[in-house]
Design a protein around this ligand. Structure first.
Ligand code: ZN
Length: 282
């Protein structure tokens, strides 16, 4: 079986969640007890990945004190978690400028801590991706230091239904400036702007040499409807699920449905593995 990387899984410190946000995760979810067990023990989570045939996983964490409840300590938490198997677990952390004294230095510190990539969640962090052009110098420092440390930056794009999420910040086109001003920064537009702004995401991935996208959170049966020309950008698309996010019941069915899509086998292989493997060399 061909190896697979799920670049977008939320293994998070559940104890930090605000009650309203945690209720969103639990709502209608039959496997919440598993989410708890996996979050508590990376060895159990690795067994779960083994059963799914998933070689590596990007574990997404970000600072969002007001809306989600996550403080900068999420970085220590996920770095420690992933240290159990650094060859298989990719720690995504984050630097939210207003929560640290020196945002650039914080990126350097996270790189040393074992964080492999950064996540910016504009709608949960209430920050606009291009606001460095509008006075937020600390955000430019985050991008500069991420670029210098070779840390890819995942930027959430598309709607979120978590209580308090401010979707005005999540439009992909706001990342066009990032592609212009930080051309060597590897960017992943999470969710390809779904379900409202797919054309913007597709445009940016084609326009900027280091801009990629992941297809997490998109029901696979909708993928070709959302991105009819996805084969043209098959070198810059990463597979992921967004499990256990709202609307993502489980991983296996997602993978099977993706494999069944009428796409060329080489495009599927790139999306399921090659592109992420190139971005995160062992
Ligand atoms: Zn996500």
């Amino acid at each position: 079986m061909q190896p697979v990387i799920d670049i977008h899984i939320h293994i998070q410190p559940l104890h930090m969640f605000r009650p309203q946000a945690l209720a969103m995760i639990k709502r209608g979810r039959k496997d919440y007890a598993d989410v708890e067990r996996y979050s508590a023990d990376p060895r159990l989570f690795l067994k779960f990945l083994d059963g799914l045939g998933i070689e590596r996983a990007g574990l997404i964490n970000y600072v969002s004190p007001e809306i989600m409840g996550f403080t900068p300590e999420v970085n220590e938490w996920i770095a420690k978690y992933c240290a159990a198997a650094p060859d298989r677990l990719l720690a995504f952390g984050s630097v939210l400028p207003r929560t640290v004294a020196d945002a650039g230095a914080e990126v350097d510190r996270l790189a040393k801590l074992g964080i492999r990539a950064l996540k910016l969640h504009p709608s949960h962090q209430v920050i606009t991706p291009n606001s460095y052009r509008d006075g937020c110098a600390a955000l430019a420092a985050v991008y500069e230091r991420a670029q210098a440390n070779g840390l890819p930056l995942m930027i959430h794009t598309g709607t979120s239904i978590f209580p308090g999420a401010r979707n005005v910040h999540a439009q992909p086109i706001l990342c066009d400036d990032v592609g212009i001003d930080f051309p060597n920064l590897t960017v992943i537009l999470a969710h390809g702007g779904r379900p409202l702004w797919m054309e913007e995401a597709f445009f940016l991935v084609r326009r900027h040499k280091n801009m990629h996208m992941d297809i997490s959170g998109i029901p696979p049966q909708k993928l070709l409807e959302y991105f009819p020309r996805i084969a043209e950008i098959a070198d810059k698309v990463l597979w992921g699920t967004d499990w256990p996010g709202p609307g993502v019941p489980e991983i296996t069915g997602n993978l099977e449905k993706f494999r069944a899509l009428p796409l060329r086998e080489d495009a599927k292989r790139k999306i399921l593995y090659d592109n992420a493997a190139r971005m995160f060399p062992r």
